[in-house]
Design a protein around this ligand. Structure first.
Ligand SMILES: Cc1ncc(COP(=O)(O)O)c(C=O)c1O
Length: 480
């Protein structure tokens, strides 16, 4: 019989091209400091360089790889550069990349335990490991009432927490009947914008997400929270949820969890703790005090894809009461029924998040934890914190600059005293130069520069260069 025609890549071709891709990635990481950190292309430039129509016939793989170099790389902002200090880190590592590659290689879709038991069980196991590694409460363990799941992002995790809170507060009626406009939730003015999106999606409405005022350190004021809850209750509304943050995006503020948790207990509100970036710091016992009170939380989330060397996307979410989450999100159509599910002996993670399908994300997390060990992870986190603290010291010692917020960990918020326009100029010139990438926020209405240390290979020399470049640009400012 004649062989059937096939356009597929054979295993041998895959091996050859795969080696070339791995070589390309390794070379890319070796030369990453030679590229501008912030991509310098203009809007539309990348698309204009691409063919208008798709290829009618397949092309050789080496041509594809050459096009990545020629057409794509100029449009890449170098998140993995050690000179990337913008937003928050999204760091990656060799073991993380290889774990992700293996996940693609296995091509597993782990929506049910039975669709790949290893995908579920490794995830449960690694998330249990992390409970211990981060000093989180035992109730988050799968052997207790709770458990952990890997979500795509902190935004999805917060949405799931809010949905479970909404259901718990309405005795699981709002899933059935929809919201009646009486459900209210609470965050602070500094809480990440994903909570507003969650309120929109959950049908609670942005007007019913109360943004509680913050103190002089940008942390939520528990007294204001308590007052607002009373006002809402007296108005016949149904408070259901509070989000406290360990390390706000804007300034790394730490909300006072113990006080917030006590208020939540008193009013039977779901407490979600968002530690998207700063949660990683809890790997080091000396930084765990920032999450004190987490033992009273109903859910907790941190992103290994931010600061724990695990390629995007990987966001770990724990709940204290998995039944509440599952009851909120579970739907079992006939075509997904199977014996393992019916037995009740397995976890089906499709019930723990929004989407049905799921990738084998725990592989990369497992690889990262096993490659570095707790010791290696702690070493690099401590190093990043130390570098940020050193940078803050430079700011403190320079009379032209001031710190704009406390520096608890790896984020420094600072500004030149010459005002908003001067800071904008410093930032724009530096970013245009491609030497490093900084972003800004507004604190107390003032334009504020942010330097966040968290890239995998950032070392003292990179932070020193950043400070030198900032000083150079400051020296060029025209007086007045
Ligand atoms: C505190 C905090 N929460 C949530 C997020 C959103 O993260 P994600 O992109 O994983 O949804 C971020 C990052 O931007 C953050 O800093």
């Amino acid at each position: 019989m004649a062989e059937e025609k096939s356009f597929h890549m054979t295993p041998d071709e895959f091996r050859r091209h795969g080696h070339a891709v791995v070589d390309w990635i390794a070379d890319y990481h070796s030369r990453i400091e030679s590229f501008p950190v912030l991509s310098q292309v203009k809007p539309g430039e990348i698309r204009a360089s691409l063919p208008a129509t798709p290829p009618a016939q397949g092309e050789p793989f080496d041509v594809l790889l050459k096009d990545v170099e020629k057409l794509i790389l100029p449009g890449v902002t170098q998140w993995q550069s050690p000179n990337f200090f913008a937003y928050f880190p999204c760091n990656a590592s060799g073991p993380g990349i290889l774990g992700d590659l293996l996940s693609s290689g296995l091509g597993v879709q782990g929506m049910l335990w039975s669709t790949s038991p290893a995908c579920t069980e490794l995830e449960t196991h690694v998330l249990d490991w992390l409970v211990t590694m981060l000093g989180l409460p035992e109730k988050f363990l799968s052997s207790s009432t709770g458990g952990g799941v890997i979500q795509d992002t902190a935004s999805s995790a917060a949405l799931c927490a809010l949905l479970a809170a909404r259901e718990r507060a309405t005795n699981y009626a709002s899933n059935q009947k929809g919201c009646d406009g009486r459900i209210v939730a609470y965050a602070s003015t500094q809480t990440h914008s994903s909570l507003q999106k969650a309120a929109m999606i959950a049908g609670i409405g942005v007007d019913n997400l109360r943004l509680i005022e913050v103190d002089e350190n940008f942390a939520m004021r528990p007294d204001s929270l308590a007052r607002q809850i009373e006002i809402d209750k007296n108005a016949g509304l149904v408070p259901c949820f509070v989000c406290a943050t360990v390390g706000t995006t804007s300034s790394n503020a730490m909300d006072p969890i113990p006080k917030i948790a006590r208020i939540c207990r008193e009013h039977n509100l779901w407490l979600h703790v968002d530690a998207a970036m700063s949660g990683t710091a809890a790997l080091c016992p000396e930084f765990r005090h920032f999450q004190e009170g987490v033992e009273l939380a109903d859910s907790y989330n941190f992103n290994p894809h931010k600061w724990m060397f695990t390629n995007f996307d990987c966001s770990c979410f724990w709940v204290a009461d998995r039944k509440a989450l599952i009851q909120t999100l579970s739907i079992l159509p006939e075509y997904l029924r199977n014996q393992a599910t019916e037995s009740g002996a397995v976890i089906d993670y499709r019930d723990w998040h929004i989407q049905l399908g799921r990738r084998f994300r725990s592989l990369k997390l497992w690889f990262v934890i096993r490659h570095y060990g707790i010791e290696g992870l702690q070493h690099h986190i401590r190093q990043h914190v130390q570098l940020a603290q050193g940078f803050a010291e430079c700011v403190r010692n320079d009379s032209r600059f001031e710190l704009a917020a406390p520096v608890p960990l790896n984020l420094v918020c600072f500004r030149h005293k010459a005002g908003d326009a001067a800071n904008q100029t410093i930032m724009d010139r530096i970013n245009r130069s491609g030497d490093l990438f900084l972003t800004h926020t507004k604190l107390n209405g003032k334009f504020t520069l942010r330097l966040c240390v968290g890239q995998t290979n950032t070392q003292a020399r990179h932070v020193e260069k950043a400070w030198k470049r900032i000083c150079q640009e400051a020296a060029k400012l025209t007086p007045g």
